[in-house]
Design a protein around this ligand. Structure first.
Ligand code: F6P
Ligand code: MN
Length: 333
């Protein structure tokens, strides 16, 4: 029987990045993507062994977001710093796990900055559930001066590369440099990602809706009515089943492959919701839009929001175009 996702002609991710570089993107960007794929392979290994090595617990610290920090969050963050230390083209890095920007010594002229959520959904480690990494790459407007936090405050539409890694039963690396979206699957036996999902497109007219419905009492009436219609199968975009992993990367990956919508709305007390613009919403928005979908905060495209803070939050409605447009209609009133 033919496998649906057998490696296509055994196309290695590293070779694919290099070939893309040859047709437009610079060679330096392919090095950045290679390093992210290396970080992903190391983190995949750490996630797999975490239970054995007793790295499941909390460190006792609370991060800048007010969330309890897990040992694995810090390990994954550290992996990202270490893999980029030898990369001169990357001058600075921001992450969910660091209050401030990390600057790489001796790389002040580097043209790229990298932003990431090193281990999204890390709470799932306790239940052997899926987790992820989300990343965003920006090219600095000028390399004449050392990098500052301002280099991070860029529109999502200006990202030069974005993507995520899903640590599920298989580790999957999905990215775009602004045209098509491609997915690769890690073959652990050889330690390499192979192209398995070329030119991904979000299917329309099917799939699921994902939202933490326990937050319903905290939503405004328009959001409550929107979710009620999805639940009751009364949406114009069609009936959707309900699915919620509770790890953004896993919920988004399902939406990308099977269609539908992922929602993390704001509440009346916290109108910007929970998710972070720069290293959660914006990179996934770039993936969604390059795959034919839409990402919105309910009023405007995630890709056109001007960031003013490193850890800025935003409501997120992301997925197939008809589903997200339905959400926008409901929320705009
Ligand atoms: O990073 C934030 C996050 O852990 C996402 O991975 C996930 O989608 C979301 O929080 C879950 O939030 P909640 O538990 O409020 O549904
Ligand atoms: Mn996260």
């Amino acid at each position: 029987m033919a496998m649906t996702h057998s490696p296509l002609k055994f196309t290695l991710a590293d070779v694919f990045f290099r070939d893309q570089a040859a047709v437009g993107a610079s060679g330096d960007l392919s090095i950045v993507l290679n390093r992210i794929s290396l970080a992903a392979r190391i983190i995949a290994n750490d996630v797999m062994k975490a239970g054995l090595h007793g790295q499941l617990g909390y460190t006792g610290d609370v991060n800048v977001q007010g969330e309890d920090v897990r040992a694995l969050d810090l390990i994954a963050n550290d992996v990202f710093i270490r893999v980029f230390e030898p990369v001169e083209s990357v001058c600075a890095m921001a992450s969910e796990e660091m209050d401030d920007v990390h600057y790489f010594k001796g790389c002040e002229q580097g043209k790229y900055v990298v932003l990431h959520d090193p281990l999204d959904g890390s709470g799932n480690v306790d239940i052997d559930g899926s987790m992820g990494t989300i990343f965003s790459v920006h090219r600095r407007k000028s390399t004449d001066r050392p990098p500052t936090v301002e280099d991070m405050f860029r529109l999502g539409s200006e990202q030069v590369a974005a993507g995520y890694v899903l640590y599920g039963p298989a580790t999957v690396f999905v990215y775009t440099v602004g045209a098509a979206v491609h997915g690769f699957t890690l073959d652990r036996s050889v330690g390499a990602f192979f192209l398995t999902h070329p030119e991904l497109r979000i299917p329309e007219g099917k799939g699921s809706y994902a939202v933490n419905e326990a937050n319903e009492p905290k939503w405004n009436e328009a959001t409550q009515e929107l979710v009620r219609r999805f639940r009751a199968g009364e949406t114009e975009c069609g009936k959707r089943s309900a699915r919620y992993v509770g790890a953004l990367v896993a919920d988004f990956h399902r939406t990308l492959i099977q269609g539908g919508i992922y929602m993390y709305p704001g509440t009346t007390e916290k109108p910007n919701g929970k998710l972070r613009l720069l290293y959660e919403a914006a990179p996934l928005a770039m993936i969604a839009e390059c795959a034919g979908g839409v990402a919105s905060n309910g009023r405007e495209s995630i890709l056109s929001i001007q960031p003013t803070e490193l850890h800025q939050r935003t409501p997120l409605f992301i997925g197939a175009r008809p589903d997200v447009e339905e959400a926008e209609r409901a929320l705009r009133g």
